[in-house]
Design a protein around this ligand. Structure first.
Ligand SMILES: C[S@@+](CC[C@H](N)C(=O)[O-])C[C@H]1O[C@@H](n2cnc3c(N)ncnc32)[C@H](O)[C@@H]1O
Length: 428
């Protein structure tokens, strides 16, 4: 790809386009970028490139002759190629990634003409320009910034400029969506953690999460793009259906905190238990299908300072019981084992208000559990869930818990006692 930028300020353009990735590609000969001084092609003694507009008005207009002479020189030097002469103009078509792809695909010589002052003589545009491109619906003093943007975005699509085509496939605007959020070290920065899914090395899950994030953030940041997005891939269609379903749910918009529960919180806690009971029943999970857990269990937890409510602003959104007492049923673990030699706490009864399901509140609740475990000076959290409770199992795995084996609980006589045991060791 050869790009010639016709400008009155070649040093400015050179300084930018010969730096960094594009500069390196130019030095390797993968792309050729020339900045050509229009003033060198004037035919008057003063090297004047502009003059007053016919009909009066403010400012000056760039004359057609120096522009055309400059262009002819560049075209003669470049020889026969698939070329496009483009005038950078606020009156052109707004530039986007599709145009960058088209320019890279259809041409191997771009001439980018930068106007200045009040613009250029219309007859030059009529006679010599193939296309006008605008950087957006605003007016710049000159076309240089727009030309640099076009040159940069086209060059990075030329094979060999970036390390791999994967570098730009999947980026914002590649297929009509914005890119997923990116994170780098450290894992915890000022209390903000990298999403757990990115730390587990499960590439299929990471890919799914990233695609969903692309859809979600396009939907929230650029509804206009989202509206135009037509999902052809069945996986995208599934994700969109999931997003649609989740959209009816509450969004976390306030700080999520937690505090020890009191007797006054009991009605809210019991209402969440009832909703959870109904949901477990619907999903065929024989857990919480009898009287357990009841008010007496929560009162017992509260007396020991082990029951907590999770708050969204002032409102109760979830609850959990975190006990430091030894759990007898955990001693007889089968098909695996717990981490030995660590004092632990046990996450027992917990639930999220039904309007918060799928909103990230369950993950927030587990974050509160970890905070409280640390407050107890414990780094090992153990818990268990029914083998059919897939939602809880997924939540635990995605939050960094590891399956450790099987146990049998004693709290729900007459119901399936088999439970899967999970454990998380918190970082120091
Ligand atoms: C001050 S502008 C002239 C604007 C012109 N009088 C008009 O109203 O259409 C000077 C030059 O800046 C460049 N320019 C200004 N805004 C631009 C934009 N949004 N996109 C691309 N080039 C732009 C053009 O090359 C233009 O000739």
């Amino acid at each position: 790809m050869r790009i010639d930028v016709l400008t009155l300020f070649p040093d400015t353009v050179n300084a930018v386009l010969h730096e960094s990735i594009i500069g390196r590609a130019a030095r390797k000969g993968i792309v050729e970028i020339n900045c050509v001084q229009i003033r060198d092609y004037t035919e008057n003694k003063q090297n004047q490139v502009d003059d007053y507009p016919y009909g009066g008005g403010y400012g000056c207009v760039m004359m057609a002759q120096p522009l055309k002479s400059c262009l002819e020189h560049v075209l003669a030097e470049a020889g026969e190629r698939r070329r496009r002469v483009i005038y950078m103009s606020p009156q052109g078509q707004p530039y986007n990634q599709e145009t960058a792809k088209r320019l890279n695909r259809d041409y191997d010589h771009l001439v980018l003409v930068c106007g200045h002052y009040e613009g250029v003589d219309e007859r030059f545009i009529e006679a010599c320009v193939d296309e006008e491109i605008s950087l957006g619906d605003f007016v710049l003093t000159g076309g240089e910034i727009a030309a640099m943007a076009v040159a940069d975005s086209v060059c990075r699509l030329v094979p060999g400029v970036l390390a791999d085509e994967q570098c730009y496939i999947g980026e914002s605007h590649w297929d009509g969506l914005l890119e997923y959020p990116q994170y780098t070290r450290p894992e915890d920065w000022e209390g903000r953690r990298v999403p757990e899914v990115l730390l587990n090395g499960d590439h299929a899950r990471v890919e799914r999460w990233r695609r969903k994030q692309q859809l979600l953030r396009t939907r929230s940041k650029r509804p206009d793009l989202f509206e135009r997005f037509a999902p052809a891939d069945p996986e995208d269609q599934k994700l969109l259906a999931e997003i649609e379903k989740e959209a009816g749910r509450r969004q976390i918009a306030e700080p999520v905190t937690f505090r020890p529960a009191t007797e006054d919180d009991l009605p809210a806690i019991l209402a969440m238990v009832e909703d959870a009971r109904a949901s477990l029943k619907k999903h065929g999970v024989d857990q919480w299908q009898g009287p357990y857990p009841a008010a007496e269990h929560f009162r017992f937890d509260m007396e020991r300072g082990e029951c907590f409510v999770v708050l969204h602003g002032e409102e109760i959104a979830a609850f959990f019981t975190l006990s430091t007492r030894e759990e007898k049923s955990y001693a007889a673990i089968t098909d695996g084992k717990w981490t030995e030699g660590m004092a632990y706490c046990v996450l027992h009864r917990c639930a999220v208000g039904k309007e918060w399901r799928g909103s990230g509140m369950a993950e927030q609740m587990l974050r509160c559990v970890e905070e409280q475990a640390r407050a107890f000076s414990l780094r090992c959290v153990r818990t268990d869930t029914h083998r059919k409770n897939k939602a809880m199992q997924r939540l635990l795995r995605e939050s960094g818990y590891r399956y450790r084996g099987n146990i049998e609980v004693l709290a729900e006589p007459g119901h399936d006692p088999a439970r899967q045991a999970y454990e998380k060791i918190l970082k120091k």
